[in-house]
Design a protein around this ligand. Sequence first.
Ligand code: GRF
Length: 185
Amino acid sequence: MKKIAVFLSGTGRTLENLIKWLPPDIVISLVVSDRADVRGNHIARHYDIPLEPYIIQGWISTLETCRQRGIDLICLAGFLQRIDVTEYWQNKILNIHPSLLPAFGGKGMYGHRVHEAVLARGCKVSGCTVHYVDNEYDHGKIIAQEVVPIYSNDTPDTLATRVFERECYLYPEVIKDYFSQKQSN
Ligand code: GRF
């Protein structure tokens, strides 16, 4: 059995999707939230997944808690803080971003801001990216991407919906691959 922790700041739609699509041998054994009372926290409680606040300082830091609990992989899911990735966690933290990185990423680029910027630039395609997390926003090595078309009548909302559909497919697939590749190494 593999244990993952999901870090969130908001609605928890990505958490819900992972709960639905991860196989039984990949267990979400911890949810970490940096906000009180967001919908994502309610989802964690609803599914009886232990919920912890995000703490960055000292010996109780959340990354250390994850290590002590035997978490194999951390998956960011709409988590808005930058993480200082310690050596132990290199290549063990994933993020999903709603654009084709390296375009439209970085500090302040999240949620609808991304889709607004993509449409304002006149892009003809967009998509989503799963990447390893390093010490810069949306910067680590790219693992997988999915592309979606952009139509002339798209709004940030319609584009966000189309991209999120691909995210729902891509993230569980990458997580499954991550563990199956580890096994075959
Ligand atoms: C998605 O846009 C994803 O790409 C980004 O956060 C959004 C999902 O957040 N990382 P949530 O799951 O709805 O809270």
